[in-house]
Design a protein around this ligand. Sequence first.
Ligand SMILES: Cc1cc2nc3c(=O)[nH]c(=O)nc-3n(C[C@H](O)[C@H](O)[C@H](O)COP(=O)(O)OP(=O)(O)OC[C@H]3O[C@@H](n4cnc5c(N)ncnc54)[C@H](O)[C@@H]3O)c2cc1C
Length: 313
Amino acid sequence: MIQNFALAELTNALRRQAPELRLEENALMAGYTTLRLGGPADLMAHPSTPEQLLLLLTEAKRLNVPVTLIGHGSNLLVRDGGIRGLVIRVCREMREIRVDGNVLRAQSGAMMSAVAMAAAEHSLGGLTFASGIPGTIGGGVYMNAGAYGGELCQVVKRVEGYEMDGTPFSYTGDEMNFSHRYSRLMDENKVVTYVTCQLHSAKREELLAEMVELNRRRADKQPLTLPSAGSTFKRPAGGYASAMVDQCGLKGLTIGGAQVSEKHAGFLVNRGGTAADFLALMAEVQRVVHERFGVILEPEVRILGEDSLVHRV
Ligand SMILES: Cc1cc2nc3c(=O)[nH]c(=O)nc-3n(C[C@H](O)[C@H](O)[C@H](O)COP(=O)(O)OP(=O)(O)OC[C@H]3O[C@@H](n4cnc5c(N)ncnc54)[C@H](O)[C@@H]3O)c2cc1C
């Protein structure tokens, strides 16, 4: 249990040292996740510079307040009881993108759609695949986001940021140990501030047309009008989670307000439920798929926070 005075002390210290830093007490996580689920975070900070981010890390460490890092919240399932301590949201406030020759350097809060668009505007190819992934480039490198045959590992040249105690780190793309939906950041507690990509010259119009086409294909297949966190489960060895879920006849399966999408079996969507509904549906899908195929589906969504003490009856 985090002592209230530690949080109050942290809030005061931050307000004193960085009056322009946006802080929110009891921020409902449902408002900061694309699944629209999750209870309150004790304190949420929205840094707009790497310096503010560093201050948040060092002050939270000094006062022993646990830190949870999020980006756009498009790969998160936050439990109904919310998150204790400090949530740092690195998103639209930290979104600068610079291009120099064939090299693009973005702050980690830049959305992948904006990064892909900036690259195309500079006639640089390599990022069209990312234009429809609704997350930040920081969240993207964390799990090596990818689509339509492209993955961030193909273009990422350097990743910079801080360890949780504020010590800077810098990894080359090779040092990130990328593999399918994995980077070493998933095993290390670090905050990304900048991502540098090595791109190649291409025709602006062709890049823009490719992005339009990929996003059309996405809209055709995915339930983009309903809250979701994208693919709920990782691709298991030798198969596709969505195909297995579909073959088990689970499309449309509903628990409370959580549903296996009728449009795409790999997506679980929120139709007005709770995180508890969503977790129960995930467990049921895992149970049925395991019974039929002997495969354990691993969640791709990151599950954060604590259960609510009050359960729906
Ligand atoms: C409709 C839909 C479609 C999707 N399609 C795809 C797809 O095609 N391909 C794909 O790969 N994903 C897809 N996703 C999932 C999601 O968009 C990606 O995983 C994205 O990379 C998550 O970025 P985020 O900023 O939202 O991160 P969050 O969801 O906020 O966080 C995810 C993880 O990244 C960490 N993280 C976030 N920012 C940082 C940072 N600055 N430094 C260190 N760690 C950080 C967090 O701690 C957390 O563990 C989809 C999601 C939705 C809702």
